[in-house]
Write a protein that binds this ligand. Structure first.
Ligand SMILES: Nc1ncnc2c1ncn2[C@@H]1O[C@H](COP(=O)(O)OP(=O)(O)O)[C@@H](O)[C@H]1O
Ligand SMILES: [Mg+2]
Length: 252
């Protein structure tokens, strides 16, 4: 589904991703954990085609095709989705209008208004979102948690096949985290070939959405890959100790 091959990415003259390799197959859930500033959000933005980041070399391959030069629009049309670490607000664009336009961009004929309103209201209710959020300008005056729920509302409506959750858990209270994770899990149950990349600092979200693989990322590259338990090792020992312990094990 999504693969990067020796991806080297810079911003200005600063190198951020350093021969970065990952291979995420259909239906797999991967988690990336890593210290602040290590390039996790950069990776997600590069996958989505953010033009502020330069691919110096290497490839991003989605469904067997190199997508390095595709626009963000085209990537979204093909089924890539990112829930951003800090979702922005957009004055003057109503949430429901934005979602309707995005849905229609991926359909042959426009969605009927009645069907659309029914779907969006039902999805918002499942997320425990206030109905007035649907009619508000995107994220204007929204709390951190409301913004994150809005990202998951987009997943439920746009039905992407590859989802990046960049620190979805930051800004969500305990009950809301449970609600959004339950919504994502039922989406994955209905769409089992969907792949997910979860970027997080905490194992809690991974207890709800259980990953097949956990990667530890340091200085722009993956330095260790393990299963679900690696997340708990990292929480217990921190990044540098987890890495040192595993290097020592290798040398023994
Ligand atoms: N647009 C940008 N301009 C300049 N530096 C950036 C930009 N985006 C990211 N960086 C830098 O790249 C590094 C990685 O950032 P980021 O990917 O946000 O890290 P993480 O998500 O792992 O905390 C940081 O040092 C950050 O300051
Ligand atoms: Mg980040």
């Amino acid at each position: 589904m999504l693969k990067t091959e020796n991806l080297n990415v810079t911003v200005g003259d600063k190198k951020i991703l350093n021969n970065f390799n990952i291979d995420i197959k259909d239906g797999e859930i991967h988690a990336i954990m890593g210290p602040n500033g290590t390039g996790k959000s950069t990776l997600s933005k590069v996958i989505m085609g953010n033009k502020n980041y330069n691919i110096e070399s290497g490839n991003i391959i989605f469904d067997g095709e190199v997508i390095n030069d595709l626009s963000t629009d085209e990537r979204a049309r093909r089924g890539l989705f990112i829930s951003m670490q800090n979702p922005i607000s957009i004055e003057g664009v109503q949430n429901s209008e934005f979602l309707k336009t995005a849905i229609n961009a991926r359909r042959e004929s426009p969605v009927g208004l009645y069907e659309f309103m029914k779907t969006i209201k039902c999805a918002a209710e499942e997320l425990d979102m206030k109905e007035e959020m649907i009619h508000r300008a995107i994220n204007v005056g929204a709390s951190g948690g409301e913004r994150k729920k809005n990202e998951v509302l987009q997943i439920k409506l746009l039905k992407p096949s590859f989802i990046i959750l960049d620190e979805l858990d930051s800004g969500l209270d305990i009950d809301s985290l449970k609600t959004v994770c339950e919504n994502i899990n039922s989406y994955l149950k209905e769409n089992p070939s969907t792949s997910v990349l979860i970027i997080t600092h905490y194992p809690r979200i991974l207890e709800y959405i259980k990953p097949h693989f956990v990667h530890m990322m340091i200085c722009g590259k993956i330095v260790k890959t393990g299963d679900y338990n690696l997340a708990f090792d990292i929480e217990k020992n921190g990044y540098s100790d987890t890495f040192t312990i595993s290097e020592n094990e290798k040398n023994e």
